[in-house]
Ligand binder design. Structure first.
Ligand code: NAP
Length: 496
């Protein structure tokens, strides 16, 4: 089967603006789709010659509003525009399934312009999708296309099963939105004739990604059916830095792998996706670190104690769980307390959620004496009982107790995270300067809490260091190789 093409959707109001955008991205893409429904009427006369002016294969599309487009005129006007705009310079024309005009279609065939016969479903993934596409594929010379909107992990599974059923059928099949994003990158692996992309901020189709990101970060053109697939599951997930970390690592190692964000609302359904795609491994983040455990075929012994799994790898025909958060958390501490940590640290842990469990587990393995403070006191108490720690609520009275557990203060709650960057979970606590203050939050890199600690001359560690260290350990598990850090690494990953 031919390699999947990357098609840039042009949806500006003038042809000149469209050409400028094409020139920005020309090196990354194989073809364009001119969305003439976005053009102002003054531009209509130039549509016909557009492909000759740009020197790259082009699709002509005039999408009506009911299919997610901008064309608001009468259907007869739309058809007239299509007919008058079509010179033989176009390679393809996108016509909806209900567009039938035998004379016009005959003319297209004579001009060797291929018809992409399309339908859109913005409400989900139709159960009979594969059958519909197979039926459409019967029309000679046409390429059937469906753009559908998976709204759940189950929908994505249904869509991926369609690709399997249609392995030998030439088609364009695209998943829109965050749930559908992996299908856009895996276009070649899944056997779609093309995948769409667009300049960031373009409105044309939900889920279209920037071409540079698709090519440079995800290696769109290099993915084939020998590529090993990895990813991260979470909800929400599209903000994650992990694809930047792992895909850069694969590239540096010249490893044939790709790492994708999977928006997941049902972990059980996702395991079916992992098997269907024959995924080699994946990272797990909020809120699924506990939920994945019951689907594992085996797990590292520390998972029983931490009750959270952030790494899943394919092993012995099943999926095996690891937790690299403990390693990631401890690694930056070794600069301050030695390696191994031999001092008798007295530490406070703010929070009692999943991250706190890994932190408390890691610290108690190094004999630290710990005070756990949490908004929901009962959760602090529960965690403290398991690991033999002190505990309390997160109120000004209990916060005073930190003074007795202040070699290290670890902040593990989401308080202070973007967009609530002014928040500080222990705002009444006054630092004395000897404390090492570690905030697991990495966005922003300097939380209000860390700013206050720095002002009092404390040493601080932010969540970026843990995120990178736990990812480094994951990378080792995924590939068997060490992570090679590119130059300017932290800048590229977090601020690039
Ligand atoms: P989690 O299991 O949902 O726990 C959330 C914790 O935050 C709980 O202790 C919760 O207290 C507390 N919390 C939430 N909102 C609060 C509020 N308004 N006031 C006071 N406490 C509040 O989440 P998690 O997995 O532990 O993750 C927590 C944070 O750690 C996140 O910001 C995450 O990004 C970060 N993290 C960073 C890394 C890294 O590599 N840097 C790794 C893992 C996690 P209650 O029990 O009272 O609800």
């Amino acid at each position: 089967m031919n390699k999947s093409l990357l098609c840039l959707v042009l949806s500006e109001t003038t042809l000149e603006k469209n050409k400028n955008i094409l020139d920005t991205y020309r090196n990354f893409i194989d073809m364009v789709e001119l969305r003439a429904d976005y053009l102002t009427q003054r531009e209509y006369a130039g549509i016909k010659d557009f492909p000759e002016n740009i020197g790259i294969p082009a699709i002509l599309t005039v999408r009506r509003a009911s299919d997610g487009g901008r064309f608001r005129g009468r259907e007869s006007d739309r058809r007239a525009l299509l007919k008058q705009s079509l010179g033989s310079a176009y390679s393809y024309i996108d016509l909806e399934t209900d567009f039938r005009d035998s004379e016009f279609e005959q003319r297209l065939k004579q001009s060797r312009i291929r018809i992409i016969r399309s339908f859109h479903d913005f409400d989900g993934v139709p159960a009979n999708l594969a059958e519909r596409i197979r039926e459409m594929a019967g029309a000679e010379g046409e390429i059937p296309k469906a753009a559908v909107m998976p709204k759940s992990t189950k929908d994505l599974l249904t869509l991926l099963q369609c690709y399997k059923k249609l392995e030998d059928t030439e088609k364009i099949l695209v998943g829109m939105g965050d749930f559908g994003f992996p299908t856009r990158i895996l276009s070649n692996y899944l056997g779609s004739f093309l995948s769409y992309c667009a300049r960031t901020g373009s409105q044309a189709a939900p889920g279209n990604k920037d071409p540079e990101e698709m090519v440079k970060l995800y290696g769109f053109h290099k993915i084939d059916n020998t590529t090993k697939i990895y990813g991260i599951i979470g909800n929400p997930i599209m903000h994650s830095f992990s694809p930047r970390i792992h895909n850069r690592g694969f590239k540096a190692l010249e490893y044939n792998g790709v790492y994708l964000p999977f928006q997941v609302d049902n972990v059980g359904q996702f395991f079916k996706i992992a098997k269907l795609l024959d995924m080699n491994g994946f990272s797990v983040t909020i809120p699924h670190k506990q939920a994945v455990i019951r689907y594992l075929h085996g797990k590292h012994e520390n998972i029983n104690k931490i009750k959270a799994c952030n790494t899943v790898i394919k092993k012995d025909g099943g999926y095996y769980g690891e937790n690299t958060d403990v390693y990631g958390f401890l690694k930056p501490l070794k600069n301050y307390f030695g390696d191994p940590i031999t001092q008798n640290i007295k530490a406070t842990v703010i929070g009692a959620g999943g991250a706190a469990r890994a932190v408390v587990y890691g610290l108690t393995r190094h004999n630290a004496k710990i005070l756990i403070l949490n908004r929901t006191e009962a959760k602090a108490k529960k965690l403290a009982r398991i690991f033999n720690c002190q505990w309390g609520g997160l109120n000004p009275e209990e916060v005073k107790r930190i003074r007795d557990y202040s070699d290290l203060i670890v902040q593990t709650t989401s308080v202070g995270m973007k967009p609530n960057i002014k928040k500080d979970p222990i705002s009444t606590f006054r630092f004395r300067g000897h404390e090492i203050v570690y905030d697991l939050i990495y966005n922003p890199p300097l939380t209000r809490l860390l700013e206050r600690a720095l002002d009092s001359n404390c040493k601080v560690i932010n969540g970026e260091e843990m995120l990178l260290a736990q990812a480094q350990a994951q990378f080792q598990l995924f590939t068997g190789s060490d992570y090679i850090f590119p130059q300017n690494f932290v800048f590229e990953i977090f601020r690039g």
